[in-house]
Design a protein. Structure first.
Length: 130
């Protein structure tokens, strides 16, 4: 029997263009400022990622879907081998751009930990973009 899973959704609004947000999401130098140290981060090429997180663990994964500058979907495997899926949508809405992050298929026991981690991570993303 599979372990119970959960999902989370976080939405942020930015006074920046979709292209500016996309660059912050996909450029390895920019990613290092908010997500983690890019050990391997080639979302626009091979699609492989490996990030060193501030807590000393690593995340690996690969691009599942890519539609610049609107959609980035990643297989996400944390340092303990737990597999899930991260989907980031970038949607222009008038004078703002909305970013929606969905993290799905999270092991239920890890849900609240991921929620707290993504809140802090998106705070760093906001600071890096604005």
């Amino acid at each position: 029997m599979e372990s119970p899973s959960c999902q989370l959704r976080l939405t942020r609004r930015f006074q920046a263009s979709a292209e500016e947000l996309w660059h912050a999401l996909t450029d390895p130098k920019r990613v290092g400022r908010w997500l983690g140290r890019p050990l391997r981060f080639d979302v626009l090429g091979s699609g492989d990622i490996e990030l060193g997180l501030p807590d000393g663990t690593t995340v690996t994964g690969s691009v599942r879907k890519l539609d610049p500058p609107h959609l980035l979907e990643l297989d996400w495997v944390d340092g303990h081998g737990e597999s899930s899926l991260v989907r980031i949508k970038v949607v222009p809405e008038g004078k703002v751009t909305v970013m929606v992050l969905d993290h799905i298929r999270i092991q239920e026991r890890l849900g609240m930990r991921y929620l707290g981690w993504w809140e802090l991570t998106l705070d760093r993303f906001t600071a890096a973009v604005q």
